[in-house]
Write a protein that binds this ligand. Structure first.
Ligand SMILES: Nc1ncnc2c1ncn2[C@@H]1O[C@H](COP(=O)(O)OP(=O)(O)OP(=O)(O)O)[C@@H](O)[C@H]1O
Ligand SMILES: [Mg+2]
Length: 453
């Protein structure tokens, strides 16, 4: 159990509701005390009036012998009982002094001739017990005991009052929740916008509307996004410009190298220059990818994977039977087709190059796939497994950086430029997905691609 909710909305709502409860509870308490006092005063008066009415009937104009018969004959109001006693009543505890005083004062005010007044009064019970018994010493001899049942105090004039109170409280509580929600909404918008910007620097700007603070935050965010965009563009531009401009001197160097006398030296220099050229062209591709303006389209991921596998099989017919696919027959999603193909192609090419084959498995998103290949949403997961040597755990993140190649693979045959993984990750992240690598317990490497559907 967590005592303090994690969401800001829940916290703000909770604090406001607790505040409301305290204020309303305090008000209600004061009201109850006030009204309770008033109600009890009225109840004490009522008791005194009833008791005195019975006393008058019993004492005034009734001979002592007729009192019992009269008590039986008169109709007492409901909740009232009266009996004649020899001694003062004593079954209940004495009443609180305030009640005794109230009742005594009211009794003396009642219109009974002076010589017929009770010369002693005993009050038992209490209003809180909702039962009060008043014993009155009769003028001649004996006691009259009158028991009055007191109704529970009514704290509200009517049930309408109570419903009004509860209704207003609920209304204010609802208002608080709405306000809390509205206050937090911009944070959520900002979160989504930051998320979108992380995937795509060209994400549309935030609307700069609403209250002053919200609009200012949106404007600041948009300015930041603009600066990031310019920064990325400048970097990419620089990269491609350098890549482009270095080509000419390399070509020149190649021509000049041809004039070298030393056969061995010439071969080495030309090989180095070839490698530099390959790196440059990879760099240019990388730059083009970053600036990619390819339109997203709905495509069948399964068909795309199959195409990549087929092309890999064409390039390496001897391992064709180790290029396999397992998974659903059709899964539609929106993506940039060429970019996504390059990303998956790079991963599969690595599996082929370093792992001698690729077993591709597609796990559909949690929501499942409807007929026709449409999915309700969620993440599709593609696993690309090989049976190669894998990668040391310490190198796994490193090889996602541009131009990072492992020593073992630094030979001419498998010679790549070390841009395959960074490009793949770049593209997948731009789609809102990602790729991670892990060594399989049974040997070989597994690339796990996630892609939102
Ligand atoms: N499936 C794999 N098994 C073992 N090592 C791998 C695997 N995939 C990648 N690597 C290692 O990670 C390094 C970086 O891979 P990356 O795809 O980025 O570059 P590359 O394959 O060397 O060149 P490029 O893909 O640009 O032609 C590789 O040189 C290789 O050492
Ligand atoms: Mg590669």
């Amino acid at each position: 159990m967590r005592p303090w909710p994690r969401s800001l909305m829940a916290r703000a709502g909770l604090v406001l509701l607790i505040g409301l409860a305290v204020v309303q509870g305090g008000g209600l308490y004061l009201h109850m005390i006030d009204r309770g006092d008033l109600v009890r005063l009225g109840q004490a008066r009522e008791v005194a009036a009833r008791v005195m009415a019975v006393y008058r009937a019993v004492v005034v104009n009734t001979p002592e012998s007729g009192r019992a018969a009269l008590l039986r004959a008169i109709a007492l109001p409901p909740g009232t009982q009266a009996t004649l006693l020899e001694a003062p009543p004593a079954e209940m505890l004495p009443a609180p002094l305030t009640l005794v005083r109230l009742i005594q004062a009211d009794l003396t005010l009642s219109p009974v001739p002076y010589h017929l007044r009770p010369h002693d009064v005993v009050v038992l019970g209490s209003l809180y017990d909702r039962l009060v018994e008043v014993g009155l010493a009769l003028p001649d001899h004996g006691w009259l005991a009158v028991t009055v049942r007191v109704p529970a105090p009514e704290f509200w004039h009517s049930s309408l009052d109570l419903s009004l109170f509860l209704g207003l409280t609920a209304l204010v509580a609802a208002l608080f929740l709405v306000v809390a929600r509205r206050l937090i909404a911009p944070i959520i918008t900002l979160t989504h916008a930051a998320e979108a910007l992380g995937r795509d620097v060209d994400a549309p700007p935030l609307p700069e509307a609403g209250p002053r603070e919200t609009a200012a935050a949106a404007a600041a965010f948009n300015r930041m996004a603009g600066r990031i965009r310019r920064f990325v563009q400048d970097r990419t531009f620089l990269l491609t410009a350098i890549g482009h401009d270095l080509r000419t001197p390399i070509t020149r160097l190649k021509l000049r190298a041809e004039f070298l006398e030393d056969e061995e030296m010439r071969r080495k220099i030309l090989a180095d220059l070839d490698e530099m050229e390959a790196m440059l062209s990879a760099t240019l591709t990388f730059g083009r990818d970053a600036a990619a303006s390819e339109q997203a389209a709905t495509l069948d991921l399964v068909a795309l994977i199959r195409t990549v596998l087929d092309e890999a099989a064409d390039a390496a017919p001897d391992i064709a039977e180790r290029l396999t696919y397992a998974g659903p027959e059709r899964l539609l999603l929106a993506a940039r087709p060429l970019a996504l193909k390059r990303a998956l192609g790079n991963l599969i090419a690595n599996a082929v190059k370093y792992g001698d084959g690729a077993a591709v498995r597609l796990r559909p998103p949690e929501g499942g796939i409807a007929a026709g290949g449409m999915a309700a949403g969620g993440m599709a997961v593609i696993e690309i497994e090989d049976r190669g040597p894998g990668v040391a755990d310490t190198d796994i993140e490193r090889i996602f950086q541009p131009f990072q190649r492992l020593e073992a693979s630094r030979n001419r045959e498998t010679g790549g430029s070390g841009l395959g993984l960074p490009i793949a990750r770049n593209i997948l992240r731009a789609h809102g997905g990602d790729v991670t690598l892990a060594n399989r317990p049974t040997g070989g490497l597994r690339a796990t691609v996630s892609l939102p559907v």
